[in-house]
Structure formats: structure tokens, C-alpha cells
Design a protein around this ligand. Structure first.
Ligand SMILES: Cc1cc2nc3c(=O)[nH]c(=O)nc-3n(C[C@H](O)[C@H](O)[C@H](O)COP(=O)(O)OP(=O)(O)OC[C@H]3O[C@@H](n4cnc5c(N)ncnc54)[C@H](O)[C@@H]3O)c2cc1C
Length: 451
């Protein structure tokens, strides 16, 4: 069997396929075609991403017996700090444990000094190899169908026949356009733009300014859907998603007071590395055919969040299908498709949640209401954490969007947000823009906010 792409989706698929096959006494040969080594620094060695492994995925991996080693986890994240023009509030993980892992997908930024760090993708690929997969360091640039079997083609003109082709090439691969123009009925999922850059700083500075928190920004910059700063040892990764992201928008975001307060005073350090990959925000209508299955980003992923978690889910579902059902389109429809469809359905609810968030983000008084409610909840040890829970799940991607939506429909949430909207509407009248009503919140890295 062939897996095209040795990112999380491809490696998880090989890992589960070989594990299940072994349990069932089946002998399988699995080749993973992956031209990257994940040991080079900079864009060439990495699968461009924020590098957050969600709380839920860290837990799921632990139940599979997969512990992320300290060389892979660059920083343990235990909280989120939400920044806006109306204040800063910190949301702690419900159990105050560093359960979210910040990792590198390659060997760190282009100009970073090499240390004993290990790439997350290399770690996963090695797990697959330990189970018996063979890594072939070759690009696949086409698939021909002969006698109903996929023949993988390479730029050097060679080709091999396989029983099954599992496509886990992400969303930025040219192979997807090639497959789209063939007659297998594949349509590449919808995408949006992103920008990722990394700054090199010393550990003490990162600890002082960012701590063990991921910093997210609720700013009235309409083209930004999501923006965050992620501390990772001696590196800070900035990730931005949205429509029509250009360098002007990146500059105005980086120069906003909310972002500048996360760095030492003076000029921002130079960007050690940057890239602008596309991110999947849709799904392909049917991520399978006879002897063909699309894993991870090439098929469907979670909207804006936990893409690695979605790669894990789709890969495991595909592996289970192959071992317990078979490799025909009908087999994938029976079992694998349920998982893909449930992710797509959840994304539709996610779109609704983000649409409401966009509306709330636009008005200063509603931003104040969100901050006020969160800050009050974080200060109390007994108050129910309605807003904190919703924001936590929304930022971390730890819960499905249907749960996030259900939590916003809880009578307690509605009562508290309504009250805070009223208070913020009236307490905000006459205040100078830039002055905050959120004196209650704890600031960047836990300090008090007086903006
Ligand atoms: C800006 C940004 C930030 C993100 N942040 C996060 C985050 O913090 N946490 C999170 O969980 N998700 C995040 N994601 C999403 C996450 O990166 C993806 O969902 C995840 O990497 C999907 O895994 P994959 O294996 O499907 O694809 P990929 O990780 O893209 O891996 C595809 C692999 O296929 C290989 N390949 C490509 N073409 C070919 C070919 N023709 N032949 C052979 N091999 C090929 C590539 O070299 C690569 O190794 C982010 C995405 C973006 C764009």
C-alpha cells in the first residue's frame, strides 16, 4: 500500500494501519512517499503551521501510548491570554496543567541555532517506521489508473503499482491539482490565506513577556480571522489567518499596541523565518474512491483549529476501514466517511460560531462585555466559567464546535453575556477610547492590566 505524504495524516495512517494489521495477523507492506526529512531548518524542512498540539490530541495520543518526548515539545502551554484594545485577560487551562504542546514541524526557523530539538513530523514518521513502514524520499507527481490499480508516478519517469493509494499531501501540494484534473471526481477543499513568521529571542525574555501562554488577539482588523503568538523555547511563532492577508496587514498587526506589549520595548526583532501557506477551510465532497482515500488536509480538516487532530481522526478512521472493511469506495463510504462527514458538519456549526464572534469583535462595547465576563470568571474560584470555557474551547480547538455552540446557548451563558453587554454599554459611555473597563483582568503573563 502507498501513502503519499509523510505529514501527520500519512504517518498516523501508517502507524494505525500497521498496528491493526499486526493485531489481525495480516501482513502488509506500506511505503510512505515523503521528500522532506524534517531535519532541516526553515521552510524547506517543515510543514508550515503554528505547531500547537491541542489538549484533546495530547490526551488521545497518551491513550494510544504515544507520549511526546521533551525534545519534541518546545514549550508546554497552560493558558491563553486574550488581548484587545479593551484589555487583556488570561484564561487558565481548567486543570492548570501544561497539557497543550507547542512543537516545531521541522527543525525550527531558518536562522535558528540547531539544538537537540526534534521535529513533531519526524517523530511521527519514525513511529510509523518502527511499525514497519518504509519511507521513500520521492515526490509523487501523478497517479495513473491501470486495470483499476493506482500507479504512482515520479518526476524521474518511474512508476509503481499499488493496492491502495492513501493521499495525505496536505492542502498546498500540486498533486491535488493533478488529481482534480483527472476523472476521479476529486475537488480540492476551499482554502484561505495565512502568514507565519518566527522571531528569535532568549528564553528569559520569552518567559517574561509571553510566559507559558499562547497569546491571541481580538482586534477590530476585519481581514484577520485569527492571530496568535506562540512561545517555543527561544522562538516566538506568529500565526495569522484571514482573507487577503498582505504584508501591510501583517505590519499593522505587529505594530499594534496589543502585540507590541508582548515584546520587549524597542524595535521588533527581525523575522527569522516566514511563509504564507494556504489553510484548508472546507472539505472535498467525497474523500475516497476505489483503492483511493484522502487523509487530513487533502480531504477534510477542522475549521481554523486542531488540523493535526483532524489528521489523526481521519487517518485512524481510514486505517480501521482498510483493515476491517476493505479498500473499495463502498468500504470507505461505510466507515471512514462517517468521520469525515462529522468533521464537515461540525465545521458548518463552527462557521456560525465564528460569524457571531466576528459581529461581537466589531463593536467596542461587546469586546468589553466579553473581557469583563471572562475576567470576572477567572477571578472567582466558584463562578461557573461560561465565557472562559467557550473561549478556551474556541482557541484551543479542544472541543467540537457543536459543544461550543451548545455552551453559548446555555441559559447561564445567555444571562451573563446579556448582563455584561448592558453594563459595558453604559459603563463605556464617555470613556476615552483606549481606556479599559477591564481592571479586573490579569495582564500579559499574569500581570494586572491597566490600559
Ligand atoms: C498558518 C497555519 C497554522 C496552523 N496551525 C495549526 C496548529 O497550531 N495546530 C494544528 O493542529 N494545526 C494547525 N494548522 C493545520 C495543520 O498544519 C494541518 O491541518 C496538518 O498539518 C495537516 O496534516 P496533513 O498530514 O494532512 O498535511 P501536511 O502536514 O501538509 O503534510 C503533507 C505532507 O505531504 C508531503 N507532500 C506534499 N506533496 C507531496 C507529493 N506530491 N509527494 C509526496 N509527498 C508530498 C509534504 O512534504 C508533507 O510532509 C495550521 C495550518 C496553517 C496553514
Amino acid at each position: 500500500m502507498a501513502i503519499v505524504g509523510g505529514g501527520p495524516a500519512g504517518s498516523f495512517f501508517a502507524y494505525f494501519l500497521l498496528g491493526l494489521a499486526d493485531t489481525m495477523g495480516l501482513e502488509l507492506e506500506v511505503d510512505i512517499f515523503e521528500p522532506r526529512h524534517f531535519t532541516h531548518s526553515g521552510p524547506a524542512g517543515c510543514n508550515h503551521c503554528g505547531g500547537i498540539v491541542s489538549e484533546s490530541l495530547v490526551q488521545l495520543l497518551a491513550t494510544e501510548g504515544i507520549e511526546l518526548p521533551p525534545t519534541v515539545v518546545q514549550w508546554g502551554i497552560d493558558s491563553y491570554v486574550l488581548h484587545s484594545d479593551v484589555g487583556t485577560v488570561r484564561i487558565d487551562t481548567p486543570l492548570r496543567e501544561k497539557r497543550i504542546a507547542a512543537v516545531f514541524r521541522g527543525n525550527g526557523p531558518r536562522d535558528a541555532p540547531l539544538t537537540d530539538q526534534e521535529s513533531f513530523d519526524r517523530f511521527l514518521l519514525d513511529l510509523a517506521v518502527e511499525r514497519g513502514a518504509r519511507v521513500v524520499p520521492k515526490l509523487v507527481n501523478g497517479i495513473e489508473w491501470e486495470g483499476g490499480y493506482p500507479h504512482l508516478q515520479h518526476p524521474d519517469g518511474t512508476a509503481e503499482r499499488y493496492e491502495l493509494a492513501a493521499i495525505g499531501v496536505g492542502i498546498n501540494s500540486n498533486l491535488l491539482s493533478v488529481l482534480e484534473s483527472s476523472d476521479i471526481g476529486y475537488h480540492r477543499p476551499k482554502t484561505t490565506m495565512t502568514y507565519i513568521c518566527e522571531f528569535l529571542l532568549d528564553r528569559e525574555t520569552i518567559e517574561k513577556y509571553l510566559g507559558t501562554s499562547m497569546h491571541v488577539f481580538l482586534l477590530d482588523m476585519p481581514r484577520i480571522k485569527f492571530a496568535a503568538l506562540i512561545p517555543k523555547g527561544e522562538v516566538v511563532t506568529m500565526c495569522m489567518l484571514g482573507d487577503e492577508i498582505d504584508l501591510e496587514l501583517v505590519e499593522s498587526f505587529l505594530n499594534s499596541p496589543e502585540v507590541r506589549q508582548c515584546f520587549p520595548p524597542g524595535d521588533l526583532p527581525a523575522q527569522a523565518c516566514n511563509c504564507s501557506p494556504l489553510i484548508n477551510i472546507g472539505s472535498t465532497a467525497q474523500p475516497f474512491a476505489d483503492r483511493l482515500v484522502f487523509l487530513g488536509d487533502s480531504g477534510v480538516t477542522r475549521l481554523y483549529k486542531d488540523g493535526i487532530g483532524a489528521a489523526y481522526r481521519t487517518a485512524k478512521a481510514a486505517a480501521t476501514t482498510v483493515v476491517f472493511e476493505g479498500i473499495s469506495a463502498e468500504d470507505f463510504r461505510k466507515r471512514f466517511w462517517k468521520v469525515s462527514r462529522s468533521i464537515s458538519f461540525d465545521n458548518a456549526l463552527g462557521k456560525l460560531v465564528f460569524a457571531v464572534n466576528d459581529i461581537l469583535k466589531k463593536r467596542r462595547f461587546s469586546r468589553r462585555a466579553i473581557f469583563r465576563m471572562t475576567a470576572l470568571e477567572q477571578q472567582s474560584t466558584t463562578a461557573p466559567r461560561h465565557m472562559s470555557g467557550v473561549l478556551w474551547d474556541l482557541f484551543t480547538g479542544s472541543a467540537p464546535y457543536r459543544e461550543v455552540l451548545a455552551n453559548t446557548l446555555h441559559p447561564g451563558f445567555i444571562a451573563h453575556i446579556s448582563w455584561n453587554l448592558v453594563v459595558s454599554l453604559f459603563s463605556g459611555a464617555g470613556r476615552r477610547p483606549g481606556k479599559s473597563a477591564i481592571d479586573e483582568g490579569r495582564g500579559t503573563n499574569g500581570r494586572s492590566t491597566e490600559d
